[in-house]
Design a protein around this ligand. Structure first.
Ligand SMILES: C[S@@+](CC[C@H](N)C(=O)[O-])C[C@H]1O[C@@H](n2cnc3c(N)ncnc32)[C@H](O)[C@@H]1O
Length: 214
């Protein structure tokens, strides 16, 4: 079921207010839990370098900075204008703003359109965002992800497992939607009590197979 425009606005104002009240509402800059989770995600990426990444729901840009160090270009986006201001400052402070574009996107409707001949994404990162989508919106995000993934590209999902008030779809259902999608192969699954990390690609080969020694 598609959420109404009112519900959409409520969700947007919820995040906007959160970032206005606190520049780091989930303590991603302070908690060892968050730092460790980012390190696991980054260590799990099947390639050392990526050409062109898309990170919707980038929040205050903490993961964006790390992705920027591994990518030639990152398109980082968020629903919240205040989150984008914080991300811009974080990228400037880290000295990696020059190859990151920031945009205000609301998923699924603002997913970037890739025109014929344009470069698709070889990395798509959905970190702690997809459980805020309705089942119908999640389905559209799965379709967009597949359509805009370059050959051999990776789709990374990382989500907190326990239920919370704003969650619409469970983490298990979010990851299952990608697991069941046609043409995607899971190349990694990392499961902990607290979070689930999964990576899917349109290339079924393992990292060793890609490097030609398995
Ligand atoms: C929990 S934070 C995650 C931030 C960051 N990705 C991380 O892993 O730390 C969720 C972010 O998703 C954004 N968000 C929520 N729903 C969204 C939507 N439908 N479209 C775009 N961004 C959205 C929020 O504004 C917020 O910045």
């Amino acid at each position: 079921m598609k959420p109404s425009a009112d519900k959409d606005d409520q969700r947007a104002s919820y995040f906007e207010q959160l970032y206005r009240d606190d520049s780091d509402p989930w303590l991603v800059r302070q908690r060892w839990y968050e730092e460790r989770k980012r390190a696991i995600l980054l260590a799990s990426l099947p390639q050392r370098r990526f050409r062109h990444a898309y990170e919707p729901g980038c929040g205050n840009g903490e993961l964006t900075v790390e992705l920027a160090r591994r990518c030639n270009h990152v398109l980082a986006a968020d629903l919240s204008a205040q989150a984008l201001r914080l991300a811009r400052q974080r990228l400037l402070d880290a000295g990696c703003g020059d190859h990151v574009s920031l945009a205000q996107h609301r998923l699924p409707q603002d997913w970037p359109r890739i025109l014929p001949g344009e470069d698709k994404f070889d990395l798509i990162v959905l970190s702690e965002i997809a459980y805020y989508l309705s089942p119908e919106e999640l389905g559209r995000v799965v379709e967009h992800s597949i359509a805009s993934l370059a050959p051999g590209g990776s789709i990374v999902l990382c989500h907190w497992r326990a239920p919370f008030a704003q969650r619409i779809v469970s983490t298990v259902r979010v990851h299952a939607a990608f697991q069941d999608a046609p043409g995607l192969h899971r190349v990694l699954r990392h499961e902990e009590t607290d979070f689930l990390l999964g990576i899917w690609s349109n290339d079924a080969r393992s990292v060793a197979q890609r490097e030609g020694f398995a």
